[in-house]
Design a protein around this ligand. Sequence first.
Ligand SMILES: Cc1ncc(COP(=O)(O)O)c(C=O)c1O
Length: 403
Amino acid sequence: MTRPLASSASRRLHRFTESVIREQTRLAQVHGAVNLAQGFPDFPCPPALKELANRAVTEDHNQYSITWGSRGLREAVARKARAYNGIAADPETEVTVTCGSTEAMMCAFLGLVDPGREVILFQPFYENYHPDSYLSGAKPVYVTLRPDLKTGDWTFDEKELRRAFGPKTAAIVLTTPHNPTGKVFSRAELEAIAKLCHKWNVLVFSDEIYEHILYDGARHVSPASIPGLQDRTVTIGSASKTYGVTGWRVGWAIAAAPLTASLRKVHDFLTVCAATPLQAAVEGALGMPAEYYRAMAGEYRERREYLMAGLREAGYNPFQPAGAYYIMAEAGAFLKKKGGPRNDVELARELVTAAGVAAVPGSSFYRSGSKALTQRRDDLLRFCFCKKEETLRAAVERLKAFR
Ligand SMILES: Cc1ncc(COP(=O)(O)O)c(C=O)c1O
C-alpha cells in the first residue's frame, strides 16, 4: 500500500484558487461555446511577424540567450520606451526580457517585496496579481474602482487610496489601460499616486500590456514618465496583446538598475530566458511602422462598437472601455428572475452551458470574503472582443436568443 502523502499542496497555495478565466475557456471547449472569456485573439498574427519568427529559427537562434534577454531586443525595447513611453532606460542594466509580462510581474513581486509587506491593488484587478501577492508572501490591500453610471468611466476615491498606504506598503500595482474595466489612468491620477508613493517610499509595478490599445483619443501615460516615479517604477510590457501573439511568451521589465538587478536574479533561476527565436522576432516587431498601431487600435474600436451594441440589445448594461479589449457589463436584469441564476457565477455557468457563450464572472476580479467587507460586485460579466467578426456575431446572436 502506498503511504498517503503528507501534503499535496504547499501552504502558499491555500490563499488563492485556480484561474477562473482559464476554467471558463476549458468549459467553452467542453460545451462548444463561443469563447469571450480569455483575452487572446482568434485571428492570425501579422504575416510580417511569422516571417520574422521563421527566419529566426532558420538562422539558428536556437540556444539560450543571455538570461536577461538578447541585446538586440533589449535595445529595441529601450528605443520604444524612449519614443513611446517617455522613459530613458539603459538596455544593459535597466531592461530585462521575460516570458511574458506574467513572469515580469512575478519577478517584481519576488525580487522586490519582502514577505509580510503590503501591496496595493485596484479592484476589480487582473486576476494574476492576487497569486503574485500570496506567492511572494505579501498581503494585498485593495482600492476599489467604481463606474460612473453616466460616463461609464471607472474612478477611485482619493481618500480610500490615501488610507491604503502605510508603513508596511511595499508597492502599488497599476494597470493602464486597465483590465477588466478599460480604464486609462490620467496624468492627474498618476500624479496623485506618485505623491503617495513618495511619501511612503513605495514602488510602482506598472502593467502596460495594453499600451497601444486606446480609443476615442485616450492617451497612454506611463507612470515612470511622471516626475519622481522613474526610479521607483517597474514598467512591464509584452508582445502578447500588441502583436496578437499571446502564446509567444515574450515580455519585458524596465526599471532602474538596482531594481533590475533584483528582478533579474529571480528571472534567471525561474526561467533562464524567454524563447530565443521569438525574442529575435519581437525585436523586429518593435520596428513596425506607426500605421500598424493605428490600424490595430482602429480595428479593435470597431469590434468594441459592435459588441457594445450587441450587449445592449441582449439586455446588458455595458460600460464603454477607453482602452484594452474587454467590456464589463451589468447583468442585473438576468439575476432577478425567479428560479434563475442568483449571481454572476451562476449566470456565467448558464451562459456557457445553455447559451453557448463564455464570459467571466465579474466577482473573480474582486477580493474574496463577505460582500460588505470586500465591496465586491456580483452582477457583472466581462466579455472580451479581441475576436474575429464572425466570432463576435455568433456570440451576439446567441446572447440575444438567450435573452
Ligand atoms: C493586465 C494583464 N497583464 C498581463 C497579462 C498577461 O500577459 P502576458 O501574455 O504578457 O504574460 C494579461 C493577459 O490577459 C493582462 O490582461
